[in-house]
Write a protein that binds this ligand. Structure first.
Ligand code: NAP
Length: 271
């Protein structure tokens, strides 16, 4: 009888000592993590501007963010390409802006029209870019200006206009699509201008991030290796634009994480 009594006492002691642990585990699993997951599980209702939304990586990013509940602003120069991207989108969840990001008032127009429709900007994905495949001696001043105007100056201008809104909101994310090439120590020939522009974007993102993080705004750079788009020759070894887009979606979900130097390599590419 006394043996059974001490057994029961011991069991009660063990249960009591485990009570806090059990309670904490149940709380973590069923309350805290659930709230956490709900707060972070999508890009629902976020107003997101994507440049170069009419093709390649930009089209994939736009479609993935729309599927995650975002309200998209599609920017590009060719209306038909933007319309094709948005063909299944609801009217109240997208805005097509046929704008040349290098034009004088391009950045102001994009931000003003976005605010006009949605009253805020949660994220900007600076994706539009051009490529130049020429050796240094064959490059003209026009080639230099085109690549630097599109890949660097337009990114700076649109970021500047968007930051005016984001600083007031005290929140927002700018995600620049750089390139793995800026981290590659063995760049193949004829990519000097492109590499220069993408290295500038990497540096701009880091410096801008330091400048604005105190306002609750993040500026990060995602640097993919070669993807299967119009930009590059199609190869099974290249990244799917949708894989790049999924990572963009993840980076926009987590406001509290400051992503630095995010490189996406393909396991099949020799870089
Ligand atoms: N593909 C790759 O292997 C790869 C790898 C790493 C990084 N990236 C980067 O990813 C981004 C997208 O590349 P992608 O391969 O998807 O290229 P893409 O298919 O050629 O798309 C680029 C988009 O940018 C738009 N665009 C170009 N200049 C513009 C301007 N002045 N104003 C407005 N829109 C403009 C183009 O549309 P319109 O001509 O209709 O304006 C086009 O839809 C680029 O920044 C690129 O550097 C690409």
């Amino acid at each position: 009888m006394s043996g059974t009594g001490s057994y029961q006492k011991n069991m009660i002691k063990i249960i009591m000592s485990m009570k806090n642990k059990i309670f904490k585990t149940l709380y973590r699993l069923f309350v805290k993590e659930r709230v956490y997951i709900n707060n972070n599980s999508n890009n629902q209702n976020k107003v997101i501007i994507v440049t170069g939304a009419g093709s390649g990586i930009g089209r994939a990013i736009t479609k993935v963010l729309y599927a995650q509940g975002g309200k998209l602003v599609l920017v590009g120069r060719t209306k038909e390409k933007l319309k094709e991207t948005a063909k299944d989108f609801k009217e109240d969840r997208h805005l097509i802006l046929c704008v040349d990001i290098c034009s004088d008032r391009g950045a102001e127009d994009i931000v003003a029209k976005t605010i006009g429709k949605y009253s805020c900007v949660d994220a900007l994905v600076n994706n539009a870019g051009v490529y130049c495949n020429k050796s240094t001696v064959n490059c003209s001043e026009e080639d230099y200006d085109e690549i630097m105007d599109t890949n660097v100056k337009a990114v700076w201008r649109l970021s500047k206009e968007t930051l005016k809104i984001m600083k007031n909101q005290k929140s927002g994310t700018i995600l620049n699509i750089g390139s793995y090439i800026s981290k590659n120590s063995n760049v193949s020939p004829n990519k000097v201008l492109y590499t220069t522009s993408k290295s500038a974007i990497d540096g701009m993102s880091k410096a801008m991030n330091s400048e604005v993080k105190e306002y609750g705004v993040r500026v990060n750079c995602l640097m993919p290796a070669t993807a299967k788009t119009f930009f590059s020759l199609d190869s099974e070894n290249y990244l799917s634009p949708y894989k790049v887009a999924e990572l963009v979606g993840e980076m926009l979900k987590y406001k509290e994480i400051d992503f630095r130097e995010v490189v996406i390599a393909s396991p099949k590419q020799n870089i």
